[in-house]
Design a protein around this ligand. Structure first.
Ligand SMILES: [Zn+2]
Length: 309
């Protein structure tokens, strides 16, 4: 009798332990499923839907390669090698040495820095596009990323192409202190040159856009388009809630709330970005191919997305 009871208790403890044990990051990466609204959703299904959930439209993070494939006509584009300044001039070490963090980020992503510059057609209009990799130190910005934006701005000006930046990242990279912070005025000046050349500058906001990124190049666009559910913020929610000593409303800092507050212009599902930006560029560049119906259709699409996002 006692043996039987002991076995039942032991089995119960094993089940409890299994429930308590959370999957490791490596286990989640290897799994064929992602946890979303309907419980487990297959990664294949999400990948075939522009890396968005087919049920709740949650937008998952993209690599720069995936971003360019979705954004450019037929996924055709060329990328450029941008300047990489000397690594870690301050010799910063916290839990890990910054040099080692850079080394593992490069190994993980195959990139030299978190930003990639590309050029290709959107609605048959040659554009320069910058995209970031979240896997590269949270797409934070340091000297090399500043160089990438400068390179893209100069390339856009020299080749008379509109500039599109897919803004994403937690902000300026704290491991490089003021070197990172100085990228805010540097990128702002570069964007000003693009504008002085009379070229359109469009910002796409992909979750999350925060800190110095919001306080510089991400907020200088002629048009700001956010993906559904993207966080667009300067300070984080916890900091604000702690400062004002109040509970923040649901959806605070998410793209719909930011759109309602007039901080951004549009919300657009990733699958429609090529079409949407193509139409907007046709309007901004006064291309003859655009009709009044196209303009109305663009506006209606965006309103519908805003309601459902
Ligand atoms: Zn979902």
């Amino acid at each position: 009798m006692v043996n039987w009871l002991n076995k039942v208790f032991a089995a119960g403890e094993r089940i409890k332990a299994a429930i308590r044990k959370r999957a490791t990051k490596e286990e989640l990466e290897k799994s064929n499923y992602i946890s979303c609204c309907k419980g487990l959703v297959s990664k294949k299904e999400i990948a075939s839907n522009y890396h968005t959930c087919p049920y709740c439209s949650k937008h998952f993070k993209l690599t720069p390669t995936e971003r360019f494939e979705y954004l450019f006509d037929k996924g055709i584009y060329e990328t450029f090698k941008t300047p990489i300044p000397k690594d870690d001039p301050l010799g910063f070490t916290a839990v890990k040495a910054y040099k080692d963090q850079l080394k593992s980020a490069r190994k993980k992503t195959g990139l030299d820095c978190s930003m990639v510059v590309a050029s290709g057609d959107i609605n048959k209009i040659k554009c320069t596009v910058v995209a970031s990799s979240w896997e590269f130190l949270g797409a934070s910005v340091e000297a090399a990323e500043g160089e990438a934006i400068l390179y893209a701005s100069l390339y856009a000006i020299e080749n008379k192409q509109p500039l599109i930046i897919v803004a994403q990242g937690g902000g300026m990279r704290m491991q490089a202190s003021s070197i990172s912070l100085s990228q805010m005025p540097r990128t702002t000046l570069a964007i000003n040159e693009v504008k002085a050349a009379g070229l359109p500058y469009i910002v796409i906001m992909s979750d999350p856009v925060a800190g110095g990124i919001t306080a510089s190049y991400a907020m200088l666009g002629d048009i700001h388009i956010a993906e559904p559910g993207a966080t667009v913020a300067f300070a984080g929610k916890r900091v604000i809630s702690g400062t004002v000593q109040e509970e923040l409303p649901p959806g605070f800092q998410l793209s719909q709330a930011v759109l309602d507050a007039g901080f951004i212009d549009r919300i657009c599902h990733r699958k429609d970005l090529n079409k949407e930006i193509g139409k907007l560029l046709s309007i901004l560049l006064n291309k003859n191919s655009i009709s009044t119906e196209d303009i109305n259709e663009t506006s209606e699409n965006t309103q519908q997305i805003s309601k459902t996002a």
